[in-house]
Structure formats: C-alpha cells, structure tokens
Design a protein around this ligand. Structure first.
Ligand SMILES: Cc1ncc(COP(=O)(O)O)c(C=O)c1O
Length: 274
C-alpha cells in the first residue's frame, strides 16, 4: 500500500503504524557511507523505535545499538545484535541491568556517576569479571535545543561533572574490576545547528587531555546523538546529508592514533520513516 492509500483509508485499524522502509534504507545507507568515509562507528539509539523490522534494517547496514535500559539491552540481544556492538548508558541502572551487561560482555557500560562506578565494580567482582566501561562526562555544553531535551549542561542530571574528575580518577584507580576504555558524551536531542557539536569537540579535547595526562588509555570516544530532524520540511526525506556532521568531528576532534569515534543517532533515523 502506498502512502496516499494508507492516509485515505477508512478501514485500517487504529493505532496503525506504517513505515517506509525505502526511506529508512536510504537514510541508513547515507549515514553508513558518510561514516565510512571518516572511519567512524554508528550505533542506533534503540529508544527511537525498537520495532524488530526496523532493527533488522539497522543490523543489515552494520550499525551497533545504543541502549539506556536493561530491557533495551535484552531487546537488542533478542534481535540478533552482538554484545560487542551494544553500548549501554542511562542514569539509575538497577543491579540486574548492570549484571546483564557484565554477563554479556557488551561493548561498554557507560558510567553516569561515581556512585554507579562503585556499584559496577562491586557487581563485576561478584561475577568474577573485569568489565569495560566508558565514563559519561557532562561537558557543560549548551545544545541550544528545547530545555527538556538538553542533557549536556552542568545543571542536567546526566554525566559526571568536571569538578568531580579528581575524585573520579581515584575511584577508577581503586576499582580493580573495571577497565576504563572510553569517554562518553551526549548533549541533547533535536539539535538544529552544528555549532553545539563544535563546542562539544572543544570540550572533549580538553577532557580527554585530562584523562591522558592521568595515564589512561582511552580506546574510544562516544560523542552521542542529537542530530535534529527538520520538521518544517517533513517531506524532504530523500537527501539526508550526514557528511557535514561527521566532517565537523573530523575537523575539530583531536582523535589519538588508533582511537575510535562512535555516535549514537536515534531520532534522525526513525523520524524520517514516514
Ligand atoms: C545517551 C543517549 N544517546 C543517544 C541518544 C539519541 O539521541 P537522538 O535521538 O537525539 O539522536 C539519546 C537520546 O535521548 C541518549 O539519551
């Protein structure tokens, strides 16, 4: 059934969800092509739309998954994603959610606070494992989007703030069951200009220097998601241009040799479905 018939149909049951897989494939492929140009890695933020049919397309294009709850991690695993392609952030993780991530040895468990780091270390010790973690840091960068979907300011509950770094480093060093492999950031959603991302790059460079000076080997940076959808032109779906977004990170983020850069884009893919 085409778009017009669906919209005009009186017979379809409600709610009725229709997705245009051609548009999705086009958007995913464009993102893949642009990311490959820079050798960047993309995780689909599963919260944007977790329908198995959509996840199948995400898997086929070769993206990983970004989760913010244990149920999302389970759903990603149930839909065939490999643990090494699953990132897991989220404030206030329950013990069972941490245990699930530890059991499956996922790509990274993103630590949102010093208190959570202590719990993760304890749970990993109980499991007899050493778990790969990324620290979710609060960059105090204004995403210039709606304040309800702004996550990167000091006043937001997300991530560990700059003033906590000295204590953070002490706790990481004392935590023998975690392995610090990454730094994670996510400044918000529906971001309409590239400027906040440029500011994010500057802040990541500064924060990363701090951790390198402390002797940590940071294998990857995760710059989060947030690429905004142009709701003023909802039908303009055919030419999603990811290159300027990735180019900006390539220009301004000081990646170290062999360091990987990851992104977690969600809404931009799923809002373009119809
Ligand atoms: C940690 C994290 N990463 C990525 C995303 C995806 O953001 P977006 O859908 O705006 O691309 C979110 C969304 O809230 C998030 O919380």
């Amino acid at each position: 059934m085409d778009r017009k018939s669906i919209l005009n149909s009186q017979d379809l049951p409600t709610p009725y969800y229709a997705y245009d897989l051609d548009v999705l494939r086009k958007t995913l492929s464009a993102a893949r092509l642009a990311a490959d140009k820079f050798n960047f890695h993309v995780h689909y933020a599963i919260k944007a739309n977790s329908h198995p049919r959509i996840l199948k397309e995400v898997m086929e294009v070769g993206f990983g998954i970004d989760c913010v709850s244990g149920q999302e991690v389970r759903h990603a695993l149930d839909n065939g994603f490999q643990p090494e392609n699953i990132a897991f952030a989220g404030v206030g993780k329950a013990d069972w959610e941490i245990d699930l991530a530890i059991e499956h040895e996922i790509f990274t468990l993103n630590v949102e606070s010093i208190e959570e780091l202590v719990v993760i270390n304890e749970r990993a010790e109980m499991a007899g494992k050493k778990v790969d973690i990324a620290l979710r840091l609060n960059p105090d960068v204004n995403a210039k989007t709606h304040h309800y979907i702004t996550t990167g300011l000091e006043e937001n509950k997300f991530g560990i703030s700059r003033w906590q770094f000295n204590e953070l480093v002490e706790v990481v060093r004392a935590s023998s069951n975690v392995n610090l492999v990454g730094l994670h950031f996510h400044i918000g959603s529906q971001i309409q200009s590239l400027e906040p991302f440029k500011n994010l790059c500057t802040r990541i460079n500064e924060y990363q220097s701090f951790f390198l000076d402390q002797g940590f080997h940071i294998k990857h940076i995760n710059a989060g998601g947030g690429l905004g959808v142009d709701y003023n032109n909802p039908d303009d779906l055919n030419n999603p241009d990811f290159e300027p977004f990735f180019q900006l990170f390539s220009d301004y983020l000081e990646l170290k040799p062999t360091q990987q850069l990851h992104f977690e884009l969600g809404a931009f893919f799923s809002s373009e479905l119809w």
